[in-house]
Write a protein that binds this ligand. Structure first.
Ligand code: F6R
Length: 607
């Protein structure tokens, strides 16, 4: 899971590449590197650590003349995150330089084969094996593209790569299989990158490459080929409308904070085009002609999984559709028991999560229908779904997902209303009321966010010494408890466990003492009485409790955190930012790297 960028054109390549890598750092940031061709030689710069370390190495300025190059920001999969393993990698004769994202699964066999033929390796990476394999292919042909085609037929796994050659100045080759790669088509310059923001300052015209496609380009031309047959493919150039500013911090200290506070706007954007404001009806034109499913099977990872689990409550409650929600990494290896009328729903912010994608491919191979709920337009999940509902949350840069979940919840709620109405389980009046309430949410959230943030700051200072937390919820608040715990652990590194509150007595309660705080979601709904009893059990064992609650509830807890009451499921839209801001403020208080937490990357494109 790395970020790659390739540039060929009229500008100095190094600043373009560095700029591109900055916008790709969310994909990995344990080392970085770049290579360019100049005066018939390949020049290589690499550094472990964040991009700054690479910039220091480049500070000499002698590199500014090259106009073609490739760059990489790494998230280690094979070999330690040190300089030797950083990309680009060169072949033995220093003729080729390669950057790569993904995993070559049969790299050990290929490595042994190449070693038998006299190849030596400097790093532990699968990438170096790939570049040596291409060089080996070139022993039998003069054509780089033929050597690439042959190499791609030899490797198994998922990858996107970009290659330059000492002997072909100004030219770049790039290809993908199950890892993202987008071509940026400029004027007198061309790009290939793992994500669009990497070249958005220079061009808005993009071409989405498909699996097993290979592009050859120079400053003035690009041609896409089918990798195995080398027949040219006619591709459509698409124009990106969103702004690069939208992908930047906009004055906030962290992307995560910006994205949390952006949620009122996300709610509006998400409703845009989905709701007929005049009649307050729901209009999901993307689903036109699709029968109401008799069962839903939601497949996702991490935060998107938690959103899916939340969706189960509203979809079953409002639409009466039975819903299974599965962690994609488990689902993909299970026996798929087909049931007629089932619709599979992949939820993914990035649309590139390897496990989610694999689950979805397994489903489609059986000829079963998939609905993608996706944020990134043109991503693999979106392209490989039968129908797509874009969540329209805008680019999410912070590694910890926040606003994407908010948009996923809106879409799941709209789906529940839409299908519930189609099945005559809910009448038009109810839909109209729900839509009106949804439209009142952004202003309500906007007004509450400052108060929520202040309270989060106060509580964090009090609880920052905790080594572990329980997050408890029941009903629709159970998935949110899971999400609160996930947010806290991933950015503050405090262990946290989300639990269904009623399950505590079946084991975990043994851990409760005065050093293990509980963050309880004790909202005013029909399960309040139940959660009150659960909290009494904790209190009786001296467990400190923070309760996120609504006015007028009676609770015996250490810290009461009130948010205004909204009828479920709308209450969730105030609970969610409270959980996010608590985790955020905790991480800031503890001095953690909020936007780039250790060991994580934004989109998990490896298994
Ligand atoms: C948590 C987080 C991850 C992602 C997960 C799925 O904050 O960001 O748990 O939610 O990796 O990613 P997508 O939604 O892109 O498939």
């Amino acid at each position: 899971m790395c970020g790659i960028i390739a540039y060929t054109g009229h500008r100095p390549a190094v600043p373009v590449i560095i700029q591109g890598l900055k916008s790709l750092e969310y994909r990995g940031y344990d080392s970085a590197g770049l290579a360019f061709e100049h005066s018939g030689r390949l020049h290589l710069f690499r550094a472990s650590g964040k991009l700054q370390a690479l910039e220091h190495k480049l500070a000499g300025g002698q590199v500014l003349h090259a106009t073609t190059g490739i760059g990489h920001t790494r998230w280690a999969t094979h070999g330690l995150p040190n300089e030797t393993n950083a990309h680009p990698h060169l072949d033995v004769h220093y003729n080729l330089a390669l950057v790569h994202n993904g995993i070559i699964e049969n790299f050990q066999q290929l490595k042994s084969l190449l070693m038998d033929k006299g190849c030596t390796f400097r790093s532990e990476t699968d990438t170096e094996v790939l570049v040596c394999l291409i060089a080996h292919g070139l022993e039998h042909t003069d054509s780089i593209i033929e050597a690439l085609s042959w190499s791609m037929s030899q490797v198994q796994g998922s990858y996107a790569f970009a290659l330059i050659s000492r002997q072909h100045p100004g030219r770049i080759w790039a290809a993908r299989k199950a890892s993202p790669l987008i071509l940026g088509a400029g004027t007198g310059e061309n790009f290939a990158a793992s994500d669009i923001p990497a070249f958005l300052p220079y061009t808005r015209d993009v071409v989405f490459l498909e699996d097993d496609e290979l592009v050859e380009m120079d400053a003035g031309n690009w041609t896409v080929y089918r990798a195995h047959s080398l027949t040219p493919v006619s591709k459509q150039v698409q124009r990106i409308k969103w702004d690069v500013q939208a992908a930047q911090k906009g004055g906030y200290r962290h992307f995560m904070l910006k994205e949390i506070l952006e949620q009122p706007k996300v709610l509006m954007d998400c409703l845009a085009g989905r709701v007929d404001r005049k009649n307050n009806t729901i209009n999901l034109s993307e689903l036109q002609g699709l029968p109401v499913p008799s069962r839903l099977h939601i497949v996702a990872c991490g935060t998107s999984f938690n959103a899916g689990l939340w969706g189960k409550y509203v979809l079953e409650g409002l639409a009466g559709i039975p819903v299974n929600v599965e962690i994609a990494s488990e689902f993909r290896y299970r026996v798929l028991v087909e049931e007629p009328g089932t619709l599979y729903v992949s939820i993914s912010q990035s649309g590139e999560t390897a496990d989610t994608l694999a689950g979805q491919r397994m489903v489609r191979e059986r000829g079963l229908p998939v609905l993608g709920l996706c944020n990134v337009v043109g991503s693999s999940v979106a392209r490989e779904s039968d129908r797509v509902l874009y969540t329209q949350a805008g680019p999410e840069i912070s590694v910890a997902s926040t606003k994407a979940m908010c948009s996923q919840l809106v879409m799941l709620y709209l789906l529940a209303l839409y299908w519930g109405h189609a099945k005559d389980r809910i009448d038009s009046r109810t839909v109209r009321r729900a839509v009106t309430d949804l439209y009142s949410l952004p202003a309500m959230m906007e007004a509450q966010l400052p108060r929520i943030q202040t309270m989060a700051q106060k509580l964090c200072a009090q609880y920052a010494r905790a080594r572990s937390f329980f997050y408890l919820g029941r009903g629709i608040n159970f998935p949110l408890a899971l999400e609160g715990a996930l947010k806290l652990k991933e950015i503050s590194y405090i262990h946290a466990q989300g639990y269904a509150a009623g399950e505590l007595k079946h084991g975990p309660i043994a851990l409760i003492d005065n050093e293990l705080p509980t963050f309880a979601l004790a909202l005013n709904n029909d399960l309040l009485g139940k959660i009150q009893s659960n909290l009494m059990e904790i209190k009786a064992r001296n467990g400190p409790i923070i309760a996120l609650t609504n006015p007028e509830t009676v609770l015996d807890v250490n810290d009461r955190w009130e948010i205004p009451w909204l009828e479920d499921p709308l209450n969730s839209f105030l609970v969610l930012p409270a959980l996010q801001l608590f985790a955020y403020e905790m991480a800031v208080y503890l001095g953690k790297d909020v936007d780039q937490p250790r060991n994580l990357a934004k989109s998990v494109t490896v298994e």
